[in-house]
Write a protein that binds this ligand. Structure first.
Ligand code: F6P
Length: 540
């Protein structure tokens, strides 16, 4: 079936399903959960609370076939240059390839280089952790500051928090924002004598990172002397020449390659801060988890393939049902930064409007991704999720076990809350149910009539739930890889390039042009009236 026909069949089927609610679907089929859930090891995806039936899933799998998801997947793993606008292969999967299989780009196997850099980062991380690597004054490093932004920050930040129970190395700090408050507040708490700074930037030109790196350099040089700088800096980059210009010795520079996208780079040397925090062995488990999911993605049939299923439900919600956003709701405080991480992964990848050949997509593409850890979000925006006028598909994540063995009652409450939310979104509460509930409380009839509409929940609101055993390094690696492949499959179905990010360029160019005007070194006369007005308000 051609892609347009596959979409057409889905549109038609959605029309037929329009008046069937999730309540109806559950009532009609006691085996709905078994039919619409899938697993790999202890990772379970429950998609039974999506507004789909058997036919919708069949049609969605046909859509994946029509889009040649299998062929594109094979092309990605094989190192073909599927990032066509930058003429690059897309091989973050090679970074966590734990098999002996070669991965060939431009005729040569990239695995030996990957293993060399991994070994060098592991040696460096171990030396920092053990205290073998010392500061300029001979002290062990107690604190590590990673300076980077976007993919050179969000992955390490998110995973460092997620794996806090595994930390046994120096304390980690992250500086990303060009707002001087970020670097100032971070460095203020630290002793330069025992602080190591990692400058992480794929390009080593990103203005935020280079500005923060120069400020940190001044902080070290200003307190410990210019000669101390070399002992207190390391870098992660693909631009080794630019790192050398900055003055970081090549023995402390860890490279990666142009076929690793920034938002897919946590598996590379960009993961160095995480490795310093949890150690190379736990970092290897993290890679193993992602590799296990890669194998699942490559091998499981489309209809049982977790990232494919998540993508197809994503496309169904976005394109067929027209739902424009997606809330990520981890019931895990240590995954509090996952929504921010997924915002870059998903929105920078699939926030596109033209196909590979440059023609308009003609359908909706990537949704707005946002979220917050549960249960905190329940006391903020869930009101809108349940009773607002906009339907927002929700994605719940929950572990069967926490790390706090002596606080099991907390975890039971967490699970109960997580399950309650997806149940409430799905079931809702009818006017009749609300009325009976109020009547049963002994309320006067007039008050019941007045209040009942406010107690109605429309329900029929879709959600996915991901369950796993425990947030270990392995489980976290698997989870990130799951989302990466989901984004990839959605991009393939939409026919877009998920691996470039031209949309961030224009703002960067304009900021560069505006800087002399902000500094008063150039006239703002050529700018539009609003920009001129704002400049005047800010700079007088
Ligand atoms: O936001 C644009 C972007 O290019 C991201 O894709 C990237 O992760 C980030 O900037 C940082 O880039 P770099 O690692 O080159 O400093």
């Amino acid at each position: 079936m051609a892609l347009d026909a596959a979409f057409g069949a889905l549109d038609q089927h959605a029309e037929q399903l329009k008046n069937t609610t999730l309540r109806d679907l559950f009532a009609a089929d006691p085996e709905r959960f078994e039919k619409f859930s899938a697993r790999t090891d202890d990772l379970l995806l429950d998609y039974s609370k999506s507004k789909i039936d058997v036919k919708a899933m069949d049609l969605l799998v046909q859509l994946a076939k029509a889009a040649d998801v299998e062929g594109r997947r094979a092309a990605m793993f094989a190192g073909e240059k599927i990032n066509v606008t930058e003429q690059r292969a897309v091989l973050h999967t090679a970074l966590r390839n734990r098999s002996d299989d070669p991965v060939v780009v431009d005729g040569s196997d990239v695995m030996p280089d990957i293993r060399d850099v991994l070994a060098a980062t592991a040696d460096f991380a171990e030396a920092v952790r053990s205290g073998d690597l010392r500061s300029s004054s001979g002290a062990p490093f107690t604190d590590v500051v990673n300076i980077g932004i976007g993919g050179s920050d969000l992955g390490p930040v998110m995973t460092t928090l997620a794996l806090a129970p595994y930390h046994d190395g120096p304390e980690l700090h992250y500086v990303s924002n060009v707002d001087g408050a970020h670097v100032a507040d971070t460095l203020e708490k630290l002793d330069p004598e025992t602080t190591l700074i990692i400058v992480a930037s794929k390009t080593f030109t990103t203005i935020e990172t280079m500005t923060n790196a120069r400020t940190a350099r001044k902080w070290i040089a200003g307190t410990l002397g210019e000669d101390a700088v070399g002992d207190h800096f390391a870098a992660v980059s693909t631009a080794l020449d630019k790192v050398a210009e900055f003055g970081i010795d090549e023995s402390r520079v860890f490279g990666f390659w142009d076929w690793v996208g920034g938002r897919y780079s946590v598996w590379s040397a960009i993961g160095l801060p995480l490795m310093i925090a949890i150690g190379p062995d736990a970092f290897a488990d993290f890679l193993e988890g992602a590799h296990a999911l890669d194998n699942h993605f490559k091998e499981a049939p489309l209809g049982q393939n977790l990232p494919v299923l998540m993508a197809l439900i994503g496309v169904w919600n976005r394109d067929v049902l027209g739902l424009s956003s997606r809330a990520v709701l981890p019931y895990d405080q240590r995954l509090a930064r996952l929504p921010a991480y997924l915002q870059q992964l998903d929105m920078e990848s699939n926030g596109k409007r033209v196909k590979l050949d440059g023609s308009p997509v003609g359908r909706e593409t990537g949704p707005l991704v946002w979220g917050e850890a549960g249960t905190n979000g329940q006391h903020a925006f869930y009101q809108l999720l349940h009773q607002g006028t906009t339907v927002i598909p929700c994605e719940f994540l929950i572990a069967a076990n926490g790390h706090e063995d002596d606080l099991k009652h907390h975890h039971d409450l967490l699970i109960a809350n997580c399950l309650a939310q997806s149940e409430a979104l799905m079931l809702g509460r009818t006017l009749k149910e609300a009325t009976s509930m109020l009547e049963a409380s002994g309320m006067a009839d007039e008050d019941v009539r007045r209040l009942a509409p406010h107690k109605v929940f429309p329900g029929d609101r879709p959600s996915l739930t991901l369950v796993h055993d425990k947030l270990t390094p392995f489980a976290l690696g698997r989870l990130i890889a799951l989302y990466e492949h989901r984004v990839f499959v959605e991009g393939v179905v939409w026919g877009i390039n998920s691996f470039d990010q031209w949309g961030v360029e224009l703002g960067k160019e304009l900021a560069t042009a505006l800087l002399p005007m902000v500094k008063g070194e150039a006239p703002a006369s050529g700018k539009d009236a609003s920009t001129q007005g704002l400049l005047a308000a800010l700079k007088g």
